[in-house]
Design a protein around this ligand. Structure first.
Ligand SMILES: [Fe+2]
Length: 259
């Protein structure tokens, strides 16, 4: 382990452990977000390596990955939810925490670049005024974040015995078919917008549509290797529309991978 990694772990854990005497449910959610943060950091590093980035860039990618959701902890304490729509934009919160608690402790890194990527990690669309480098690291964290969420989701879907996890299914009714607007979006090769999602089936289709927001060949490679699409598809009822959606999305990913 590099010295720099040690500094980052200490910094993350120091901040994480500053929240004391949490109730059982909060503790559980804290641990989930901590696990996510460390896995996203690893995925970011993996992608950076596969993209042949230099050693400083690999470190920056790892750094962004580890801290992209650092605002989640304060969000949960202050608002008792991870739902941004009813509380705060957690990426903006992460930027604040970085400025207040983290950047001063980790030594020289490209601060503006790190903050821009963190801020952009959860936006529906990336802003248009980004520099080449800002764009690259914003895309990288978005890919790493989605890949980990897909990993967690598909593990959840394939384990029938798991306890219902409402943060993953959003507490929506199961549904019997895909909503019209959701079909329209995904068949047009677009990300499904949350506002059109009204059932568990729609949620799963929306998760499939994330492939349209992946940016790098190694991300498509990871997605294929881990069979994320197949796993989601397996949990869906098989009707013509769903079969057609699956084919389209699968084809898109394979083409991206083949380049
Ligand atoms: Fe996030």
């Amino acid at each position: 382990m590099e010295e720099w990694d040690g500094v980052l772990f200490e910094c993350f854990n120091g901040y994480f452990n500053s929240f004391k005497e949490l109730a059982e449910d909060k503790k559980k959610n804290f641990d989930i977000k901590k696990g996510h943060s460390f896995r996203v950091a690893d995925l970011s590093k993996m992608l950076a390596l596969k993209l042949d980035l230099g050693s400083e860039e690999i470190r920056i990618a790892y750094f962004i990955g580890l801290f992209h959701d650092i605002g989640r902890f304060r969000q949960l304490i202050e608002f008792n939810t991870f739902n941004d729509a009813v509380s705060v934009d957690h990426a903006e919160y992460s930027v604040e925490i970085m400025k207040e608690e983290i950047l001063g402790k980790v030594g020289v890194v490209k601060e503006d670049l790190v903050l821009t990527a963190i801020k952009n990690h959860n936006k529906f669309k990336l802003p248009e005024n980004l520099s080449q480098q800002e764009l690259q690291f914003s895309k990288l964290i978005r890919d790493a974040d989605k890949l980990d969420i897909l990993k967690v989701l598909t593990e959840y879907y394939s384990n029938r015995n798991s306890v219902t996890n409402h943060t993953l299914t959003w507490d929506l009714p199961k549904g019997v078919s895909v909503s019209k607007n959701v079909v329209k979006e995904i068949m047009a090769g677009k990300l499904v917008s949350k506002t059109n999602v009204v059932s568990e089936i729609d949620v799963k289709i929306m998760q499939m549509s994330w492939v349209y927001d992946l940016n790098f060949r190694p991300s498509f490679e990871y997605l294929l290797k881990n069979r994320f699409l197949e796993t989601i598809y397996k949990t869906l009822p098989k009707n013509d529309i769903i079969i057609e959606i699956y084919r389209k999305v699968k084809m898109y990913v394979e083409n991206k991978f083949m380049g």
